[in-house]
Ligand binder design. Structure first.
Ligand SMILES: C[S@@+](CC[C@H](N)C(=O)[O-])C[C@H]1O[C@@H](n2cnc3c(N)ncnc32)[C@H](O)[C@@H]1O
Length: 160
C-alpha cells in the first residue's frame, strides 16, 4: 500500500524513489501519502515492474527493493516468482556498481530459493546480514507474516 515507500522517501529526501505496483488501490494509497506528506522525491508507476525495467537505464539505480514478493508456494507456480534468474539479471543490470538488490520474504522456502538464485547470479556479491536486519520500514505483508509466526529473511546483494 506504499507505506514503506513513503517512509523511505521521507527519510531520504535527496534520493529519488520509484514505486511500481500492479494493484490499483496500492497506487492510490501511495499517491495519497505522497500528497499528504508533500513528498517531492517519489514517482509511482502502475504496471508490471519487469516490463518497466526495460525502460530504465542500465547502471542507473542505487538500489532495488523487492519486499515480500508473492511467494507462489505451489511448485507448479514457482515460475511466476519475481526472483528468478532472468529477472535477477535484468534488475542487476539496472544497478550502478555497488548498488544493492535487497529482497525480503516471510516464506522460508522462497528465502532459500532466493538465496540459491542470487548466490549463483553473476555480478552480485552477498552482503553480510546487518546488525539491524529490519532497518527498513515494516511492510503490511511483513506484519502479516510475523503475526502468523513466520520468520523474516532479508537478503542483500551488491552489484560488483
Ligand atoms: C505479497 S504483496 C507485498 C506488498 C508489499 N511489498 C508489502 O510487503 O506489504 C506483493 C505485491 O507485489 C505486487 N506485484 C506482483 N508482481 C508484480 C509485478 N510484476 N510488478 C509490480 N508489482 C507486482 C502485487 O500486486 C502485490 O501487491
Amino acid at each position: 500500500m506504499g507505506d514503506a515507500t513513503a517512509a523511505m522517501a521521507a527519510a531520504d529526501p535527496d534520493r529519488g524513489f520509484l514505486g511500481v505496483e500492479v494493484h490499483t488501490p496500492g497506487i492510490g494509497n501511495l499517491l495519497a501519502l505522497v500528497g499528504e506528506q508533500h513528498l517531492t522525491n517519489v514517482r509511482v508507476a502502475h504496471g508490471d515492474a519487469m516490463e518497466l525495467v526495460h525502460r530504465i537505464d542500465e547502471q542507473s539505480l542505487d538500489a532495488v527493493h523487492v519486499f515480500f514478493p508473492d511467494p507462489w508456494p505451489k511448485a507448479r507456480h514457482h515460475k511466476r516468482r519475481l526472483i528468478q534468474p532472468s529477472n535477477v539479471a535484468l534488475l542487476r543490470d539496472r544497478l550502478r556498481p555497488g548498488g544493492v538488490l535487497h529482497c525480503a520474504t516471510d516464506w522460508p522456502e522462497y528465502a532459500e530459493s532466493m538465496a540459491e538464485t542470487l548466490d549463483a547470479a553473476p555480478g552480485l556479491r552477498r552482503l553480510p546480514a546487518t546488525a539491524e536486519p529490519h532497518a527498513r520500514p515494516k511492510t503490511k505483508f511483513e506484519k502479516r507474516g510475523a503475526d502468523a509466526g513466520r520468520p523474516i529473511s532479508d537478503l542483500r546483494y551488491a552489484r560488483t
